[in-house]
Design a protein around this ligand. Structure first.
Ligand code: ZN
Length: 461
């Protein structure tokens, strides 16, 4: 028997954390953070809904914060098992968790200073510290290789499959052999879309049950080709008007993909020859370096580019501004540059400075190329806010706002349906989506029992 319980991303997009108990083992699939504004601090700090010390394994589908972000907390609360991830995920998770810890330390410091001023004596500790993050790395054990099953118990195996979402991302198939009966559950992780430049397409296999993401379960993406066209047009047009192009970008995958397309556009003469690009994100810079170390994750064509010594992410006027002073120097540029910075949903990071400087400029453009959760600054701007609050000041929105959906690292409705069809699953558990979206997607599924688990809900398979 398999016992499945849900502890995050239940009728919501973030905080992925699912528990499967089987063959005397307790296996967690992801241990992600709830994201979307500071008010979620408390939600992240709540008890997990299971005993961390009793968990034997964490199988990490990928290194996005909403999938790995609570690992340091799990370790601090007693987890002593093994974390299994692909080699690329392990390196990226290290980067992501250290960054998250640092951010939380800074925010806690800020909260404390604010409350000291009010003499409230209110203390608000960070969710976890850099030391907690470092400690959690001790539990990373075996490296998962795509398509090579790992033994979790004599009759229990885990197989990591290409998910095509970000570098190192995987879907995880859990198989339990009990005498003559074989039971399996396939966790989709986050699924990417086929036809992207860097990664291979997601792989689906037959499984008795699936736990699957539904982020874009009600939407059809624009084609990637037309999205790239749109990006080129926005850049050309904005440069003509004399403004900057500001791109809030996720440090993993999106930043590298954009560099890839900007390089291509310039080489093909679609973009100006003089194309100053700033990657103003220490994390995206480090991520780009990790990308260069993992040819095993790429499509054959992209692997070939690397082998020939052509860096697919290199542009002549690309500047990596790791240092704060270099980042501040960008403020002086009023037009003719592409500025990419994090965070993707504008909840923190250097992008907020660039927005403060450029949102009020009619000649500037802000281009959203990723998911914007409810309650984030990115969503407010996308939804047409006339002014936004940044660093204590009201900033009017006069720049042009573009949302280019085709870059999504997530499968759209048709791709999710196709993936699901290939699994032939009898039971389907929908996670990682807004409740309404999930409901619409679930209604399209045939020949399968559909569940939309509530937090801490338990199912027996
Ligand atoms: Zn993800």
């Amino acid at each position: 028997m398999m016992r499945l319980s849900f502890h995050g991303a239940d009728r919501g997009v973030t905080g992925s954390c699912h528990l499967i108990e089987c063959a005397g083992r307790r296996v967690l699939i992801d241990c992600g953070m709830y994201q979307g504004g500071r008010e979620l601090h408390e939600e992240n700090a709540e008890p997990f809904g299971f005993d961390p010390a009793a968990i034997d394994y964490v199988l990490l589908t990928h290194a996005h914060l909403d999938h790995c972000g609570r690992l340091p907390l799990l370790a601090r609360r007693g987890f002593r098992g093994e974390i299994v991830a692909t080699s690329a995920s392990r390196e990226l998770a290290r980067l992501v968790l250290l960054d998250a810890a640092h951010l939380q330390e800074e925010e806690a410091h800020y909260r404390k200073r604010k409350s000291d001023k009010r003499h409230a004596g209110h203390e608000d500790a960070p969710l976890y510290t850099t030391l907690d993050a470092l400690n959690s790395f001790d539990y990373f054990g075996r490296t998962a290789v795509y398509g090579q099953p790992l033994e979790l118990a004599p009759d229990l195996r885990a197989n990591f499959l290409d998910a095509g979402h970000i570098l190192g991302s995987a879907s995880v198939l859990i198989e339990h052999q009990e005498q003559a009966t074989r039971r399996s559950v396939l966790f989709s992780g986050d699924l990417g879309n086929a036809g992207r430049p860097l990664l291979r397409a997601p792989v689906a296999v037959k499984s008795d049950a699936v736990v699957m993401e539904t982020t874009y379960g009600d939407r059809k993406h624009k084609s990637l080709v037309s999205s790239v066209e749109e990006l080129y047009e926005v850049v050309t047009d904005t440069f003509r008007r004399g403004g900057n192009v500001i791109i809030p970008t996720f440090a993993l995958e999106r930043a590298q993909e954009l560099l890839y397309f900007l390089r291509e556009g310039r080489e093909q003469g679609r973009l100006p020859d003089s194309l100053p690009v700033f990657l103003d994100s220490p994390m995206a810079i480090s991520a780009t370096q990790i990308f260069e170390r993992h040819p095993e994750c790429y499509k054959a064509e992209t692997r070939e580019l690397f082998r020939e010594g052509n860096d697919p992410f290199h542009l002549p006027e690309l500047q990596f501004t790791r240092e704060k002073a270099d980042s501040i120097a960008i403020n002086r540029i009023t037009g003719g540059a592409i500025i990419m910075a994090g965070s993707g949903m504008c909840t923190g990071g250097r992008i907020r400075h660039h927005l403060k400087n450029n949102l009020g400029r009619q000649e500037a453009s802000v281009v959203f190329v990723g998911y914007a959760a409810n309650g984030t600054l990115a969503r407010d701007i996308v939804d047409g806010a006339k002014q936004v609050r940044l660093f204590g000041a009201e900033v009017p929105v006069r720049s042009r706002i573009h949302t280019i959906g085709g870059f999504s690292a997530h499968a759209d409705q048709a791709e999710l349906l196709d993936w699901h069809g290939q699994t032939s699953a009898d039971r389907t558990f929908l996670v990682h989506g807004d409740e309404a979206v999930m409901g619409r997607f679930g209604a399209l599924l045939r020949d399968t029992g559909v569940e939309m688990p509530k937090p801490n809900e338990v199912f027996e398979l």
